[in-house]
Write a protein that binds this ligand. Structure first.
Ligand code: GAP
Length: 441
């Protein structure tokens, strides 16, 4: 299944099963915002956690950071975002709606009401706000449009406190805000979204090698979260389309249900940012190579990954429908590492205290392997399985009278059901634990 139909199914499942809700829904929503529900927050955290493990903890050369969203506005002047972070925009003279000029045909006619469109003008995408009690020009600042800014202004702090050897990176996961003129495609283009970024500082002559290494790291991450390589493409961004800070960018595009679109970006930002912040702040932002006795301004390679687009790509790749037991079923074939719930434990009957007690015991045991093991004793067992299929739980474990020893040879065994095939097998509780551990390894 592809296209609009698949997208409708994903949006509907995301709402029905607690992944993603429209933002401020009871007030009619707020365009460009979505809220992550109980399942959504789990999958989002799993993706961020995997990224942190692969891009920060698993390496000796990357340092983590958590900088403030609000920054001194001079930082955004220096970075070029105040003057250059804008889209060409046209306004309809009749209905006053605004559109991105590069998304319209050349007719000069409003696609909504048929009115005449005005001349294109630049529209800065940063959200303005005021800091402090007075609301005048002097108190204006911006919600950050990228997390990179917080990294560049902390370059000196990290160098002075951690004394890193070159090359090294500073990584950050956090919110970014952009007043997109046309937010669209569910969680693809948002006004508030989350990013996972590394600014990797290199000797100028070494940027190309580092660029290639980060490209590989991004492919490895795609594989780790279960994105099919055949739906991932590298697009060399044309010179005229590069962001103002970039000398080279490769977009990682993905086959979303609505077409092939940018998922992540990898940019060579040169020494643009460090030079600009040094000039604006009057603080020297350079690196002293003790061995070579050489001081220089490092160049920067930046892998930048949007969390929300990653969640959408993971959801779209995992969505399946098949026939099971004569019925159509929907399931999400998540990689166990990103699945919100790793396994569900259930007593066959909920009105048998001895079954419930044993199942609780099994649950406690399995939670030692991973805390995200769910309990479900609602409705019949078939319904429970279907609910777990729809949230992509890889294993369901059912405790029955044989687990209690009704047939002594089956004592302390459970039914282990596999999500993708619906097949069930009888295994010891310890074996069920082993399977979960192996799936998460
Ligand atoms: N610091 C580099 C930077 O901000 P970008 O290509 O503008 O580069 C990086 O954004 C990533 O952030 C994108 O590849 C995408 O994954 C995500 N992203 C950008 N704008 C977004 C939006 N409006 N909604 C959701 N994700 C967005």
């Amino acid at each position: 299944m592809t296209g609009t139909k698949l997208m409708e199914k994903i949006v509907s499942l995301a709402k029905r099963r607690g992944f993603v809700y429209p933002g401020s829904e009871i007030y009619g929503g707020l365009a460009g915002t979505y809220d992550y529900g109980p399942m959504g927050v789990l999958i989002k955290n799993n993706i961020k956690d995997l990224w942190w493990r692969m891009f920060v903890l698993g390496r000796d050369d990357v340092y983590g950071l958590d900088a403030a969203v609000l920054m001194n506005p001079m930082a955004w002047e220096a970075s070029g975002h105040v003057s250059g972070f804008s889209d060409p925009l046209v306004e309809c003279e009749k209905c006053k709606r605004r559109f991105r000029a590069d998304h319209l045909d050349e007719s000069g006619i409003c696609p909504e009401c048929g009115g005449a469109l005005g001349k294109p003008r630049q529209f800065n995408m940063m959200f303005k706000t005021h800091v402090g009690a007075t609301e005048d020009e002097s108190s204006i600042t911006f919600l950050r449009p990228e997390t990179a800014g917080g990294i560049f202004v902390n370059f000196k702090n990290v160098v002075d406190t951690m004394h890193p050897k070159m090359p090294f990176g500073i990584a950050q996961v956090g919110k970014g805000f952009r007043n997109e003129i046309a937010p669209r495609d569910f969680i693809f283009r948002l006004r508030e979204f989350e990013m996972m970024e590394v600014e990797y500082f290199v000797k100028p002559a070494e940027w190309e090698r580092s660029f290639e290494e980060w490209k590989e790291a991004m492919h490895a991450f795609a594989e780790a979260i279960g994105l099919p390589e055949e739906h991932l493409y590298e697009l060399e961004v044309a010179q005229e389309d590069l962001a103002h800070y970039s000398r080279r960018t490769v977009d990682f595009e993905f086959d979303f249900p609505f077409g092939r679109k940018e998922l992540w970006g990898l940019a060579y930002r040169t020494d643009f940012d460090l030079l600009a912040h040094a000039k604006m702040s009057g603080t020297e932002l350079s690196y002293l190579d003790e061995e070579a006795k050489e001081r220089f301004v490092p160049h920067v390679i930046e892998p930048s990954l949007g969390v929300d687009r990653t969640v959408l790509a993971v959801l779209a790749s995992a969505y399946r429908e098949d026939e099971l037991g004569g019925e159509t079923r929907t399931y999400l074939a998540f990689s166990p590492k990103v699945a919100p719930v790793k396994a569900m434990v259930s007593p066959l009957l909920k009105n048998k205290p001895e079954l419930v007690a044993k199942a609780r015991e099994v649950l406690a045991e399995l939670r030692k392997i991973h805390p995200s093991i769910a309990w479900d004793d609602n409705g019949n067992i078939g319904k429970r399985y279907r609910r777990q299929d729809e949230i992509g739980t890889p294993f369901c474990i059912t405790v029955d009278f044989d687990t209690l020893g009704e047939r002594p040879e089956l004592k302390d065994t459970v039914t282990l059901r596999h999500r993708d095939t619906g097949q069930q097998e009888r295994v010891a509780v310890a074996e069920a634990g082993k399977r979960i551990r192996e799936a998460l390894a």
